[in-house]
Structures are given as C-alpha cells and as structure tokens.
Design a protein around this ligand. Structure first.
Ligand code: 13P
Length: 253
C-alpha cells in the first residue's frame, strides 16, 4: 500500500513572518500524526526560514518551480541546486499556472523532470485540462500529450521516483472540485498510460494526487478512494485547521 501524500502549495502567498508561523503550527499539530507524507511548498523567499523550522519534523519542503540549468546568467530564475541547498526534497513541475500564465511547455517540463531526478529531488509533475479542452472532449488527449512529452526518456530506475498531480484547470481556485468519479476516471487513465505506453512496471506505485478546490469539506470523499493517493492543495493549505483536516482525511484507517 502506498503512503498517501498531501502537499500544500502556498503559491504567491504569505510573507516570511506568517509563513514561519504557519509552519511552526503545522509542526506542532502534526507531531503525532503518521501514515501520511506531508509536504509544503512556500514561496521562494520563505523556503530557507520555513526549512529551518520543519527540518527535524515529519514535514518536507518543496519548491513551486525552478529552472533546469544548474547556474549561470539566467536573471530572475532559481536553480534546483538552490532549492536543495535550503532543504527541498520535492518540487512541483509544470503547474497549470506556470503553463497558462508563463508559457511553460511540455518539453521544459521534461527537462525539469530529468534534472530533478538527477539531483535526488522528487518531481511532482502537474497535468490537467482546461474547461475548453474538457468541453471539446479533449481531456484525455491533453493529458496524454502532457505525459508523453513531459515524462519522455525516463529509465526504469527513474520512473518510481515520480509523483503525478492531476489538476484540472477548471477546478483550481474556483470552489468547484472534480467529483471523485471524474478524478478516478482520469487517474485510471494515467496509470494505464504509464504502464502501457510509457513502460512503467505495474508494481511501481507512482502516487497520483488530485488537486483543484480540495477543502476540509470534500477531502474525505475524495481521499477515501483508493485511486486517489493524496491531494495537492492550494487555498485551503493556507489555513491551519483546513489543511490539518485534509491531512487527517488522507490517513487510511
Ligand atoms: P486550490 O486548492 O486553491 O484550488 O489550488 C489547487 C492548486 O493549484 C494546487 O497546486
């Protein structure tokens, strides 16, 4: 059985003081919790202080994005080596906000996935369709393209290190979550695609998370499904009580 994974994506929210306060409260609240992996992805400016606060706890640190070169003249970018240096073990890759607002491509996602695996950082690769694509019946084709290019050329040893997050763009920040049935359909499709088309072994338990308006009211209904290995949470991860409630609903009883 795979351990569920809950990731809080703080996006571009919280200055360092409130970020550190939330991190401290999470460390306290989760001290006795087990059976779930919990990761938080603060903005770059809070990674170091938050990393110091959580370093002896069960929480792990993630970057929200990085550039795939190790160093050099790339003004405004952050290297994965820098994220690792401040304590990150995970990084989001290809979040829809990066794709839609900043023009990130599947080819760029692929470079980042390889770089992350080379550095021992767990890549959390985000995929998902827009409302237009869903309405046009292009959901599966969209995800297929994102997976086939984004995960190209991984070796058998590299494949188990991945985490995938299915985040339909229409569900992000809208208050309208995908139903468990909609999520299960896509997660099954992703799993089948990984095995049949990308050569993943069936035994490899790649965790597939759901993200998009997950909150303390709908998390239990979503996370009790065995196809859903955890959640990537935006807005609700900024609130201690909601995020802890979501984490608790991910634990298998
Ligand atoms: P919300 O939970 O705010 O909808 O955001 C989801 C998300 O984008 C997490 O990466």
């Amino acid at each position: 059985m795979t351990t569920p994974l809950v990731i809080g994506n703080w996006k571009m929210n919280l200055l360092t003081a409130p970020a550190c306060e939330l991190a401290k409260s999470l460390v306290d609240q989760l001290a006795d919790v087990s059976g779930v992996d919990v990761v938080i992805a603060p903005p770059f400016t809070s990674l170091y202080p938050v990393g110091q606060i959580i370093k002896s706890s069960r929480l792990c640190l993630a970057g929200q994005n990085f550039y795939y070169e190790s160093n050099g003249a790339y003004t405004g970018e952050v290297a994965l080596e820098m994220l690792k240096d401040v304590g990150c073990d995970y990084s989001l890759i290809g979040h829809s906000e990066r794709r839609c607002l900043f023009g990130e491509s599947d080819e760029g996602v692929n470079k980042k996935v390889h770089h992350a695996i080379d550095l021992g950082i767990t890549p959390v690769v985000c995929v998902g369709e827009t409302l237009e694509q869903r309405n046009a019946g292009a959901t599966l084709a969209t995800i297929e393209t994102q997976l086939s290019i984004g995960l190209a050329d991984l070796s058998q040893e590299e494949k188990p290190r991945l985490v995938i997050a299915y985040e339909p763009v229409w569900a992000i920040g809208t208050g309208v979550n995908a139903t468990p049935e909609q999520v299960i359909e896509i997660h099954k499709f992703i799993r089948k695609y990984l095995v049949e088309r990308l050569g993943f072994s069936e035994e490899v338990g790649v965790r597939i998370l759901y993200g998009g308006s997950v909150n303390s009211e709908n998390s239990e209904q979503l996370l009790r499904e065995k196809e859903i290995d955890g959640a990537l949470v935006g807005g609700a991860s900024l609130n201690l009580e909601s995020f802890c409630a979501i984490i608790n609903s991910a634990i298998e009883i």
